[in-house]
Design a protein around this ligand. Structure first.
Ligand code: ADP
Length: 542
């Protein structure tokens, strides 16, 4: 017997519809790419996204067309997503930090019909124009008068397109499993692969990502998504913000400590989210200028592991609660988040920090297991570590156009490529990416854990650990450090600092200092480049 409830497809336009009716006057503030601060409301965003859908329709865009967006977090970028998806088309976020060869590859692979772009990216597009012949035009997120002087063909001003329409437009009727958004993984090995979200997966992910033990955003919150919309859907905030009716602060293109602090303070932001590198810059700025964060209540950090010093500074020095989260593009992205279970509130500060350093427990609708190399399940005891696999309704079942072939095991689980432990209470801790773990004499050393302990050294700003060939042990760890500004640490005092914090056989065999550590397009340490850079490195212990 079938249930007798209403058929109400899960479509993303319902977020902005809801916000317009129930939170129409709530503010969305943007630091525009042009530099000035702009303020609008959910009502306006709703109206302008309808106008934009109409304009796209007039340009010939129809259901299932893919529209690239090369843009920072702004109100216009947000409107464009609702316009695109309300027409049944698919937004495809283009990460401007990708190498240009990767950008033209994904634009062609996904067959972008138009590209919507901030004016700051005109040069990137000019450089690849000849390689993307199927793109019919470029819509710049600006007034007509601000259009860049460019050799690109078929250029439109977003504001002019909007101003030429009224908002009398009915969202196109769609099915909830229709495609809605597209985001490519950053392709640290081989070509990037496309993850194609559906309306249904985005709605389900939003409900879960905004549950009380996860981001838990309320209408009274002021939310600043620093994590870019081109990085795994801004972790769902483009949808959970209008669903909750919170005020939103969009930071635009400036992610430096001063710019971020200014917005946090001026707009009394209560919740924000970004990768650790952004928070490193903010904390350095706060310390150098002796500033506090009186309004900020919660910060979600993910994308890379949170170092203990960062966690403790937020919690102790600034009274901000850190929500350590783990996920990936293929998971929409949220997999786990570190909310306490009953009784943990009573633990000591240090015990609580031990829990928060783990990547957290699985959200509802995320099934998780760890297995050995032969695919056998490993126990949840916090010690055994193995391949981390996941299953659920907002996790990819295939990549765009079938790239990579079959990606699920015979039980439907997706291999995340991460190595992890899960403890008795279900808290997962990432040991490493499976390709980064250091294999020393048959045992595994976690590069992440070493890095996080090393950055606790007061004279080290950032640290990376890679495995270097060793004739006896196969691989041994090399610690690569960027000194903190004005500091001059040396190998001996770094090793001395690590001595009582590590098992003896985990101690790096050597320490080197560099000016900069390379990062991927999503802010992670670029281990592949480091491994190439140090390919011929000989350890003093070899
Ligand atoms: P990319 O496109 O760079 O792969 P993703 O955000 O999809 O970007 O990367 C997902 C990977 O990032 C995960 O598989 C994991 O290795 C790493 N990651 C994400 N969050 C964390 C975290 N909190 N701690 C450690 N690693 C993390």
């Amino acid at each position: 017997m079938r249930g007798l409830m209403q058929e109400w497809p899960l479509l993303v336009h319902t977020f902005i519809d809801h916000a317009k009716i129930h939170h129409g006057e709530r503010e969305i503030v943007t630091r525009k790419v042009e530099g000035d601060i702009h303020s609008t409301t959910y009502s306006e965003i709703y109206s302008r996204s309808k106008k934009f859908a109409k304009a796209l329709k007039e340009l010939g865009v129809t259901k299932s067309d893919v529209i690239g967006t090369l843009a920072w977090n702004t109100h216009r970028h947000l409107e464009s997503w609702y316009g695109i998806t309300g027409l049944g088309a698919i937004y495809h976020t283009l990460n401007p930090r990708l190498f240009t060869e990767q950008l033209d590859y994904i634009i062609n692979h996904a067959d972008n019909k138009f590209i919507i772009s901030d004016i700051s990216f005109v040069e990137i597009l000019e450089n690849i124009q000849d390689k993307i012949p199927n793109v019919q035009g470029f819509i710049f997120l600006c007034e007509k008068s601000d259009l860049p002087d460019t050799k690109l063909k078929n250029v439109y001003s977003y504001e002019e397109l909007i101003n030429s329409q009224d908002d009398n437009f009915e969202w196109v009727k769609l099915e909830e499993n229709d495609a809605c958004g597209l985001c490519y993984t950053s392709g640290t090995t081989g070509n990037p692969k496309g993850v194609l979200y559906s309306h249904r997966s985005n709605v389900l992910h939003t409900l879960v990502a905004n549950s009380a033990d996860a981001m838990g955003i309320k209408s009274t919150d002021v939310v600043m998504p620093v994590v870019p919309m081109f990085h795994a859907n801004a972790w769902g905030l483009s949808f959970s913000a209008p669903m909750s009716g919170c005020k939103v602060v969009m930071p635009g293109m400036n992610m430096d400590g001063e710019s971020i602090y200014e917005l946090l303070n001026d707009h009394k932001v209560t919740f924000t989210a970004a990768v650790p590198t952004v928070w490193l810059m903010l904390l350095q700025y706060l310390e150098a200028n002796d500033l506090k964060l009186p309004y900020l209540e919660r910060v979600a950090i993910g994308g890379s592991a949170v170092p203990r010093v960062m966690l403790e500074k937020f919690e102790k020095n600034y009274d901000v609660s850190v929500m350590h989260a783990w996920g990936m593009t293929e998971m929409s992205p949220l997999g786990t988040i570190g909310a306490f279970k009953s009784g943990m509130e009573e633990l000591s500060f240090d015990e609580q920090m031990d829990i928060k350093l783990k990547q957290g427990r699985a959200s509802y609708m995320v099934e998780m297991k760890i297995t050995d190399d032969d695919g056998n399940d490993l126990p949840w005891n916090g010690k055994d570590f193995g391949h981390l696999l996941v299953r659920g309704p907002f996790i990819a079942s295939k990549y765009m156009k079938g790239d990579g072939g079959q990606i699920l095991d015979n039980q439907g689980f997706f291999d995340t490529g991460d190595v992890a432990t899960i403890d008795e209470l279900g808290f997962m801790q990432i040991t490493d990416r499976s390709k980064d773990v250091i294999k020393s004499g048959g045992e595994w050393i976690s590069s992440i854990e070493l890095e996080n302990i090393a950055v606790g050294h007061p004279d080290i700003a950032e640290a990376a650990v890679i495995g270097i060939f060793h004739p006896k042990w196969d691989e041994r760890p090399l610690l690569i450090c960027v000194p903190a500004e004005g500091k001059d640490p040396n190998k001996d005092n770094v090793l001395e600092y690590l001595e009582d914090k590590l098992a003896k056989w985990w101690m790096p065999d050597d320490v080197v200092f560099v000016d900069e550590i390379p990062h991927t397009a999503t802010g992670k340490i670029q281990k592949l480049t480091l491994r190439e850079q140090f390919a011929d490195y000989e350890l003093p212990t070899a």
